[in-house]
Design a protein around this ligand. Structure first.
Ligand code: DC
Length: 230
């Protein structure tokens, strides 16, 4: 399948740990289009705040965010199935995945001017090319006219189990399943209860519950939807 003739925009929203980024990367490769990891953009802002202030108060977070966004050049380079994140030319791909950034980012993602700026950038990045984006508000706010809208979810138990396996494969065995379930439930609450652009399924999005599906089955379902619009 080639994205040369028809511009295609695939929006994938859903809660943390549902497999969005894995699915989005495979789709982007298969459709020959760019993958935009919008969560990485919020993480990049959170990381930059921590660079300026190790233990910021709520006020400091907002002040630093404002300063950072005045001169914020972010590039997402999607190559060989991997996204690398550059801010003002510096590669911070690994740094944005640390637990400190994960802890701060839900707060940063709830600040109105941060969302405004990043949504604007996401729209610009999607303007002249075929794209697959994943996030929480792509189909509802960022690109409500996307050709294909997916709401990808899975049970909390299954998402925790997948995270557990992922950590185990990295040699991290100190975390138990119950703790992971609690963490995922807390992240869901932060996403759903946020005042601005909370996580919602767009009315015209296709809901895929991947609790009992493999990644390749989910990818096949979404590709079928992409075929329909070509
Ligand atoms: O998907 P992730 O864990 O990398 O997302 C990081 C944070 O950013 C998480 O708190 C949810 C938030 N986010 C958001 O509010 N809107 C998006 N489009 C993407 C992520």
């Amino acid at each position: 399948m080639s994205a040369v003739n028809t511009k295609i925009v695939v929006a994938i929203d859903g809660p943390a740990g549902a497999g969005k980024s894995t699915v989005a990367k495979i789709l982007a490769e298969k459709l020959h289009c760019t993958y935009i990891d919008t969560g990485a953009m919020y993480r990049a802002v959170a990381f930059e705040i921590l660079e300026k202030s190790k233990n910021p108060t709520e006020d400091e977070i907002e002040i630093q965010a404002q300063k950072i966004l005045e001169d914020f050049q972010i590039d997402l380079k999607f190559e060989n199935g991997m996204t690398r994140v550059f801010v003002n030319g510096r590669d911070i791909s690994e740094e944005i995945r640390t637990p400190r950034v994960s802890q701060l980012v839900p707060y940063v993602a709830s600040i109105d001017f941060v969302r405004e700026k990043l949504v604007d950038l996401q729209r610009k990045m999607s303007r002249n090319q075929s794209v697959v984006l994943d996030g929480r508000d792509i189909g509802t706010v960022v690109l409500p006219d996307a050709n294909v809208k997916i709401f990808l979810t899975a049970s909390i138990e299954e998402r925790a189990r997948r995270r557990f396996e992922e950590l185990k494969s990295k040699g991290i065995e100190s975390v138990d399943l119950e703790t992971l379930q609690r963490e995922i439930a807390a992240r869901d609450r932060a996403d759903i209860e946020r005042k601005i652009s909370p996580l919602r399924q767009a009315p015209d999005a296709i809901r895929i519950d991947s609790t009992n599906d493999r990644i390749d089955q989910v990818v096949a379902m979404i590709l079928e939807q992409c075929e329909l619009i070509r």
